[in-house]
Design a binder for this molecule. Sequence first.
Ligand SMILES: *Cc1c(COP(=O)(O)O)cnc(C)c1O
Length: 495
Amino acid sequence: MDVTYKSTRNSSETATASQAILKGLAERGGLFVPDHIPALDVSLETLAKMSYKQVAYEVMKLMFTDFTEEELKHCIDGAYDKKFDTELIAPLVSKAGAHYLELFHGATIAFKDMALSILPYLLVTAAKKNNVKNDIVILTATSGDTGKAALAGFADVPGTKIIVFYPKNGVSPIQEKQMVTQKGNNTYVVGIVGNFDDAQTGVKNMFSDKALAEEMDRAGYQFSSANSINIGRLVPQMVYYVYAYTRLVADGTISVGEPINVVVPTGNFGNILAAYYAKEMGLPIAKFICASNENKVLYDFFATGVYDKNRDFILTSSPSMDILISSNLERLIYRIAGEDSEKNNQLMQALTKEGKYEITGEMRAKLSLFYGNYASEQETAATIKRVYTSDHYIMDTHTAVAATVYDKYVKDTGDKTPTVIASTASPYKFTRSVMEAIDTKYASQSDFALVDELNRISGVTIPQAIEDIRSAEILHDTVCDKAEMEQTVRDILKL
Ligand SMILES: *Cc1c(COP(=O)(O)O)cnc(C)c1O
């Protein structure tokens, strides 16, 4: 049976997979969700013998039912190639009592590459299938990693333009340098005076603006999204959970059917939601451990049933998780509200108007598979240092938030279930914070001196993504106020 996608804010707005990918966002700010999630139709034993690309096909064919086998395989082959520095694509590394799923071996060294290396292929294929004549303008808000991964994926892709908004003072030095040096004559990078939530809200408002859409259409353009609000991001992210589980089967750590837990350092709730969808496809995951940094709105939500963004926005050493409005949580809220778009609408309107909402006891009961906790800045740094000292394994700040929360979970519960920790970025992307966590003496050194020092103490090869920006020219220097985002888009597109 085909999977149809429907809006979380209006069940009668439906789309095929390719239409949902093209649109990115449903009308009135809704998100597209699958009407059902099919069960895997090959056994976990069989999947354990497959390559990443083969697993990707087995998962994606179930969710993207209006793509042909040839189309999907073309997209998968184009995405998961030499851009990754290992043929494994997502290696699983067992260290310090957990299994780290390294999702940062792609072109921009963060987990966003796992989906953004395939999204351009999916989008171009979807445009062809639906006879789209307009150029597609990818409008993206980034907390640091999506931006670069999307730029790299869409640079010079014919028929597309990409515009990225990032918080001017809210990303790491290396993240910013990666973005502002992006080549390609269809790429635009804009710093905003504001935080990630401002950027995401500005982008969502442009998506919901009908008049703007009509004007765009007259000029031969239409918007799509590279954020995890696009279902074309979430489905490719399901793949690596299936891959990780079946690697543990292949190496004898678990037997088929045995449960695992997953720990996900969370911001916009896309990555952990993909794990939840993978479970619904039949993957034996027992607990979803949601790790937050000091912006612990999700921890509070799981603890109290109240989602409340009315609090200070804290800039942390894990900037890609500095988020107070976790967009993809809406997809889970919709689910636990019994797929009732009216109920979901009421809660989301309360979030827009009052900045908070409270779910019912009945809804809370449906969240028992989730465990939330958070890590302070100090705890995060201590974890980096501890695991480096004990296991000679250097993790990035986001992964360290997850590892810290995992420790808290084990202390709280005594649960010894084998656990996969999503390792979402290379330590080279957050070199300064990582090195200062290991030793405060590094505080006085320059970013690239620290890169070389990280290489020396870890023995891990410096990724090409870092070598590329050492001497790269700055090509983008536009900065605007958060209130000027639409005008900036108009200027870029000459509307
Ligand atoms: C985006 C990102 C996250 C958060 O992922 P979500 O899907 O937004 O929850 C965590 N770590 C890193 C390094 C990221 O880039």
